[in-house]
Design a protein around this ligand. Structure first.
Ligand SMILES: *[C@@H]1O[C@H](CO)[C@@H](O)[C@H](O)[C@H]1NC(C)=O
Ligand SMILES: *[C@@H]1O[C@H](CO)[C@@H](O)[C@H](O)[C@H]1NC(C)=O
Ligand SMILES: *[C@@H]1O[C@H](CO)[C@@H](O)[C@H](O)[C@H]1NC(C)=O
Ligand SMILES: *[C@@H]1O[C@H](CO)[C@@H](O)[C@H](O)[C@H]1NC(C)=O
Length: 474
């Protein structure tokens, strides 16, 4: 009897212990999921943000940055009350591999699939009474943004001649190194002309390496201006005929049919990625920036060659983006600011993003951004939107102190070689661009071997100027 009992006990242990383990595992997983969800609905405390700010990343090229932090990945926290967060959560749920395991992966996703997903989630949220009330209280330009935010299929009015990827495409013997994609407006003819005459030259451009040798490197450069439509009732003249002539002459105009307002700038990114993916597959890098910046193109060519020569370049190019990176920033909550985003629209921190004055990223990243942007709702601030798409690709932009989107620290500009140490500086008028170009030519020999800037003194300059798309935490 006892032996029989013993045998049964052994069998029981054999059969049951895996069951018990399994039950424990399920319990553990359940608890983890619950706590994670709770955490998602809680606001980040200032302390935890501070601790995030203390983490540093090392920029490509080996420059240490002490002022910028790596960022929380889950910036798009779910907030019932904030319009954008609520919209985005419906989309994110759809792509959640746990919640929608059967739907992800196998299904073929075409453009109409994404369009309908965006517009469904939009109608679901906008029809809520509480949201309707909130939207009525938004400032006028924000209301306008909300009204049109699910539309992105605006037609092209003017584009570079058939199947070329911007001006400068002729007689290429190798894939273009860089496409300059410059945000401009119909009326900014002077800015475009100054860029064409100075740093925005196209074709084969040579530069000197920055490593103490006078060795030269080069690359094919292309150029395109990204333009929408101005409101001519403000100025009284219609310049669209002039723009057409300009486009015929230079072949570098890409214009879409939507109003060129500040909150519509995000459309330029989204539509540019689409155009790029169709036409520019071979292009290695993109410079995307404003038409009031000065770019040290030779330095950029040398820098990009350096990146391409790194041992694991093939891999890093998948997510290569470099610029003036802003981390742990809060939306600007000053009502009268141009960048004002109320917390009824967006709650939480902004993701890490590169300031929109000028940023460089790889062509491969552009194609991936194009894909992922189809499931991110438009956001009124364009560089933040790009940051959001980056976060969804699980990639972060790299900071480089030679992108001076907030200008030189005081006095430094006067040093003769100052402009040879940078990649970009914001903001310069067309007249200044031409003077600077002249200055660069004159000082080229004298300054041929100055290295790129490595220190980052922009924090102070930043705090002096208040009108930003973000607020830095104390
Ligand atoms: C897109 O895919 C859906 C099914 O997912 C299909 O019904 C629709 O016809 C497709 N549209 C196009 C333009 O291919
Ligand atoms: C500069 O870079 C080039 C290309 O990587 C290399 O061949 C050359 O040896 C370098 N010169 C110095 C002094 O490091
Ligand atoms: C153009 O500007 C005028 C005056 O500021 C305004 O009344 C009008 O609504 C604007 N038109 C469009 C299409 O934005
Ligand atoms: C964006 O462009 C569209 C199309 O021209 C326009 O109707 C809308 O008002 C614009 N949005 C904003 C926020 O200016």
């Amino acid at each position: 009897m006892a032996r029989c009992y013993c045998r049964w006990r052994r069998v029981l242990i054999c059969v049951c212990s895996p069951c018990i383990c399994l039950i424990l595992l399920v319990l553990y997983a359940g608890i983890m999921v619950c706590t994670d969800m709770n955490r998602k609905t809680r606001q980040l405390s200032v302390d935890s943000i501070r601790s995030l700010q203390n983490k540093h990343f090392v920029a490509s090229g080996g420059f240490k940055s002490n002022t910028f932090a790596s960022l929380p990945k889950s910036f798009w926290k779910f907030h019932e009350e904030a319009f954008w967060n609520r919209l985005q959560v419906t989309i994110d749920r759809h792509f959640n591999p746990i919640l929608k395991a059967s739907k992800t992966g196998t299904r073929i996703r075409n453009d109409s699939f994404y369009d309908s997903l965006l517009s469904h989630s939009f109608s679901d949220v906008i029809d809520l009474e509480i949201m309707k009330k909130k939207i009525e209280l938004l400032p006028k330009q924000m209301q306008d943004f909300v009204r049109y935010m699910k539309r992105r299929n605006y037609p092209v009015i003017i584009q570079p001649s058939s199947s070329t990827c911007g001006a400068g495409s002729e007689n290429h013997k190798e894939p273009p190194l860089l496409l300059l994609a410059i945000k401009s407006t119909e009326l900014n003819f002077k800015n475009r002309q100054a860029i064409r005459q100075t740093w925005g030259q196209i074709g084969w451009v040579v530069a000197r390496r920055k490593n103490g040798t006078k060795q030269e490197v080069g690359g094919y450069i292309r150029r395109v201006f990204l333009i929408a439509r101005d409101n001519f009732s403000n100025v009284g003249v219609d310049v669209s005929k002039l723009l057409q002539m300009e486009a015929q002459f230079y072949g570098d105009i890409l214009q879409w049919d939507f109003s060129d307002t500040f909150f519509n700038l995000t459309l330029k990114d989204v539509l540019f990625w689409n155009w790029f993916s169709n036409r520019c597959g071979q292009t290695r890098f993109i410079f995307k920036g404003d038409d009031d910046v000065f770019v040290n193109l030779p330095n950029i060519i040398a820098y990009l060659h350096e990146q391409l020569e790194k041992p694991n370049a093939e891999q890093t190019m998948k997510e290569f983006m470099v610029g003036d990176v802003i981390g742990a920033a809060l939306p600007n909550r000053l009502y009268h600011s141009k960048y004002f985003v109320p917390d009824s629209f967006y709650k939480g921190l902004y993701p890490t993003y590169a300031g929109g004055g000028g940023v460089i990223y790889s062509g491969r990243l552009a194609e991936r951004l194009h894909d992922v942007s189809r499931r991110v709702h438009l956001f009124p601030i364009d560089d933040v939107f790009v940051g959001m798409c980056m976060a969804r690709l699980n990639a972060s932009p790299v900071h480089h102190p030679a992108f001076l989107t907030f200008d030189f620290p005081e006095k430094e500009e006067a040093e003769p070689c100052a402009y040879h140490t940078i990649l970009l500086v914001h903001k310069r008028s067309p007249k200044q661009l031409i003077e600077l170009w002249d200055h660069m030519t004159k000082t080229r020999e004298q300054c041929w071997n100055v290295p790129l800037r490595v220190s980052d003194q922009k924090k102070n300059a930043e705090n002096e100027k208040k009108n930003h798309d973000y607020i830095i935490l104390p």
